[in-house]
Design a protein around this ligand. Structure first.
Ligand SMILES: CC(C)(COP(=O)(O)OP(=O)(O)OC[C@H]1O[C@@H](n2cnc3c(N)ncnc32)[C@H](O)[C@@H]1OP(=O)(O)O)[C@@H](O)C(=O)NCCC(=O)NCCS
Length: 176
C-alpha cells in the first residue's frame, strides 16, 4: 500500500459512501455489514492493521488517516474484521490501505469487499489505483482477479525486512 506519511492530501469532499451501512455477501451466502469508520474505531482497527501488515502504520498515523481519507469497515457479530482507506482526488480513487484480519483471511472476504468497493466507486471516480509490495502474492492475486492491471514498478519504494522492496503500481478503469 501507499507509504503516504504525514503529508496532507487534498481529498474530494464527495461523500464516497453516502448509503452506509450496506451489506456484502460472501461466497457461502453469509452477510457482512459495511459501515463508515470514525475516530472511536481507531484502536480496534489499528489492532487489525498491526496483526495483518508486515510494516504497519503507527497508531498516530493511522488515526490521522482515518480523518484524512474515506474509511469504511466490515464487521461481523463480534466486531470489525476488515477495513479500507481510500482517497479521491480529481476523479482518481486510490486504495491506500486494505486489510482483512488474519484469522478471517482466505474465506473470500477480501474479494467480496473489494468488488463492493469497485461497484461503489464506479460512478464517483474514473480510475482506481493502488500500490502493493512486490512480495505480497495474496494481494496481487486478489487485485488481478478483481480487474486491476500492473502499470509499473516503483523501485525500492517500501522499507522491508532486509533493506527495501519494490512497489507494483496497479490500476483499473472504472466504468459507470
Ligand atoms: C490481501 C488480503 C486483504 C486478502 O484478503 P482475504 O480475505 O484473505 O482474500 P480472499 O479470501 O478473498 O482471497 C482472494 C484471493 O487472494 C489470493 N489469496 C488469498 N490468500 C492467499 C494466500 N495465502 N496465498 C496466495 N494467494 C492468496 C487468492 O487468489 C484468493 O482468490 P481465490 O480464493 O479465488 O484463490 C489479506 O490477505 C490481507 O489483509 N493481507 C494483509 C494486508 C495486506 O497485505 N493488504 C493489502 C495491501 S496492498
Amino acid at each position: 500500500m501507499a507509504s503516504h506519511s504525514t503529508l496532507a492530501t487534498v481529498t474530494d469532499s464527495v461523500m464516497l459512501f453516502a448509503d452506509l451501512p450496506a451489506q456484502v455477501t460472501l461466497p457461502n451466502g453469509a452477510l457482512l455489514e459495511v459501515s463508515a469508520l470514525s475516530q472511536a474505531d481507531s484502536e480496534a482497527l489499528h489492532a487489525i492493521e498491526l496483526a495483518a501488515h508486515s510494516h504497519p502504520m503507527s497508531a498516530s498515523l493511522f488515526e490521522g488517516n482515518l480523518q484524512r481519507y474515506h474509511a469504511v469497515g466490515l464487521k461481523d457479530q463480534n466486531g470489525w474484521i476488515g477495513f479500507a482507506l481510500i482517497s479521491l482526488v480529481v476523479g482518481e480513487a486510490e486504495l491506500l490501505d486494505f486489510v482483512v484480519a488474519p484469522q478471517q483471511q482466505g474465506r473470500g472476504i477480501g474479494s467480496a469487499f473489494l468488488l463492493w468497493l469497485i461497484d461503489e466507486l464506479s460512478d464517483k471516480a474514473e480510475r482506481f489505483y493502488l500500490e502493493v509490495r512486490a512480495s505480497n502474492e495474496p494481494a496481487i492475486q486478489l487485485y488481478g482477479n478483481a480487474g486491476f492491471v500492473e502499470m509499473g514498478i516503483r523501485e525500492n519504494y517500501y522499507p522491508a525486512k532486509n533493506g527495501r522492496e519494490d512497489a507494483i503500481l496497479m490500476a483499473m478503469e472504472l466504468l459507470d
